[in-house]
Design a protein. Structure first.
Length: 175
């Protein structure tokens, strides 16, 4: 799909939902850049999560500001971008919306906690332990019903999930 104007998209959800894998493939399909939001976390946040300690809002605000700058920077350059970011609370999404400088689209990856646990248990080399999944699920405020949000169930193949996200965004862009 050739976008008529630059789009800023956040692929969101709890840990283990596939934000990076879906985000990378969605960006490839859209022909735009992908930014891994976890790489923007300050070292103190990564260390805290690696120890199994949930982040507080005070930990998250500076990180969300960095994510917002990535979104705004791409928009300022006239480029589309897909960013992965958990964006668990409405206040976090609103902060990203404000920082992005325009319409911000969200792809919400949702799924059964058992599927999420299995995925987290199977991955290697990630700082986020499976023990923090419960904390993230408790923090999550579903974005369903918010403007410019596509919800996709993750209990499917990667290609199917990306296709659902793409089709949902395309419908919004045609509206």
């Amino acid at each position: 799909m050739n976008l008529k104007k630059p789009a800023a998209i956040v692929v969101m959800g709890v840990s283990g939902s596939g934000k990076t894998s879906i985000g990378e493939r969605l960006a490839e399909r859209l022909g735009c850049a992908f930014v891994e939001g976890d790489r923007l976390h300050p070292a103190a946040n990564v260390a805290k999560m690696a120890e199994g300690i949930p982040l507080t809002d005070d930990d998250r605000w500076p990180w969300l500001d960095l994510v917002g700058r990535e979104l705004a920077g791409a928009r300022g350059r006239g480029e589309s971008v897909v960013v992965s970011c958990s964006a668990l609370r409405k206040s976090y999404r609103d902060r990203l919306r404000q920082a992005s400088g325009g319409i911000l689209y969200f792809v919400f990856l949702t799924g059964d906690p058992k599927v999420l646990e299995e995925r987290m248990g199977a991955r290697t080399g990630h700082f986020m332990p499976a023990s923090l999944l419960r904390s993230q699920l408790a923090t999550l405020e579903s974005p369903e019903g918010e403007a410019d949000v596509v919800t996709v169930d993750i209990d499917a193949s990667l290609d199917h999930i990306v296709g659902e996200a793409f089709d949902g965004l395309a419908k919004m862009w045609r509206a």
